[in-house]
Design a protein around this ligand. Structure first.
Ligand code: SAH
Length: 392
């Protein structure tokens, strides 16, 4: 007697899943009344004709109706399964980084769809985004205890995408007593994050390599970090000997943490609370320039319908940011919107920069670091795009 019910794909459907992708869309499934009636998050076996595709979880409410967890059919999805996946994820991070500060689990990229875990030393922040993973949360926490033994785990279950799965939003302690403040060590610098009130999981680990690259250019230079959050780029630039480092962000609490981090790193930075577009316009009007300018904004293309307006915003940001980049300087532009592909983002950046009449060469293109692995059959989930230009 199998443990899980079997869901069947329509004839000829599921081309990507048959090739190894972990997603099956609702229109690819034979929606029999029995299938449709399965509670959101039910573990299922998936069959495509004679072929078995493995074990996953099902949610009839979601467009991505099945997310496969393993290619093994009728697999037990218990503590041992999670411990195995988390151990594999941990091994990769321990190979990549010196200290325990990284994204430990990056959803499909680590074989755990619907789950993100960021690690800040002894404290982990988990984000669950699907009904299937929600139902498995207790098992996941037990496995995390076994493999990592964090002293505290925060469940930061307030991502807007939970609504697509019919899940409510909540933030609660999953384990232990949570510190209000966490410290992050990255690229030799020290930063702070505020767990419950901060953005996302408290820190953006995805820009680690770009922070190091940009800071590497900064010695003796003036440095502007637009959308600085808690000081990621600016503080590292100052540590690397930037003559001046300025951060701009609209969030007072994020800037407070940036100020504290500057002090902890014994560097001088100035942080300005302002809207970046307005501040860049003011700086440009005053003729003020910086040798290095970074602009790492929030997602401008939140959903596909925002593509055109978001693309225009990226173009405008590229124009304004290049207008405050000094001659011979460097400009870093990033997008964390997975709804804009790299080629379109690069095109908007190019148009924005060239509008100022500057000559530019693209010297580096990047994505998120190795602690944000991408499932090879889901290239579209590689959301972070970063471009570095040298400007004449
Ligand atoms: N560069 C940061 C991450 C940036 S996240 C790092 O390296 O960690 C995006 C930031 O943009 C957030 O801190 C948010 O507060 C800020 N933000 C959003 N809209 C803004 C606006 N209109 N003007 C200034 N900052 C804004």
């Amino acid at each position: 007697m199998p443990m899980h019910k079997t869901i069947r794909l329509k004839p000829k459907a599921g081309r990507r899943a048959k090739a190894g992708a972990p997603w099956i869309f609702s229109n690819e499934i034979e929606m029999t009344p029995g299938t449709k009636g399965l509670p959101p998050g039910t573990l299922v076996n998936v069959a495509a004709g004679e072929r078995e595709l493995g074990t996953g979880y099902f949610n009839s409410k979601s467009l991505i109706a099945v997310r496969l967890l393993t290619s093994e059919t009728d697999a037990a999805i218990g503590k041992a399964f999670f411990a195995d996946r988390i151990r594999r994820a941990l091994k990769l991070r321990e190979t990549l980084f010196d200290g325990p500060y990284y994204r430990l689990v990056h959803a499909e990229g680590d074989g755990l769809p619907g789950l993100i875990v960021d690690r800040f030393g002894d404290t982990c922040v988990a984000q669950v985004t699907t009904a299937g993973m929600e139902a498995l949360t207790d098992t996941m926490l037990e496995a995390l205890d076994e493999v990592v033994a964090p002293s505290a785990v925060l469940l930061r279950n307030d991502a807007p995408s939970r609504a697509l799965e019919g899940l409510e939003s909540h933030v609660r302690a999953g384990r232990g007593e949570l510190p209000s403040r966490i410290a992050i060590e990255e690229n030799g610098a020290r930063y702070f994050g505020d767990l419950a009130g901060g953005q996302k999981t408290g820190w953006y680990f995805d820009q680690r390599e770009h922070r190091a690259f940009m800071a590497g250019l900064a010695k003796g230079k003036s440095f502007l970090d637009a959308y600085c959050y808690s000081g990621g780029f600016a503080i590292l630039a100052a540590r690397n000997g930037a003559a001046e480092a300025v951060g701009i962000d609209s969030s007072g609490p994020a800037l407070q943490l940036a100020e504290e981090a500057a002090a902890a790193n014994k560097v001088r930075c100035s942080f300005v609370q302002a809207d970046v577009f307005e501040q860049l316009e003011r700086l440009a009007a005053a003729g003020q320039t910086f040798d290095i300018v970074c602009a790492d904004p929030p997602p401008f293309v939140k959903s596909r319908k925002d593509l055109e307006s978001g693309a225009r915003a990226y173009r405008k940001l590229a124009r304004l940011a290049s207008s405050v980049t000094a001659k011979g300087g460097f400009l870093f532009l990033a997008s964390c919107s997975h709804n804009i592909p790299m080629d379109r983002f690069a095109q908007e950046c190019a148009l924005g920069i060239l509008r100022t009449g500057r000559r530019a060469s693209l010297i580096r293109q990047g994505g998120a670091g190795g602690d944000h692995p991408v499932h090879p059959m889901l290239p579209e989930t590689a959301y972070l795009k970063a471009l570095v230009y040298a400007l004449d």
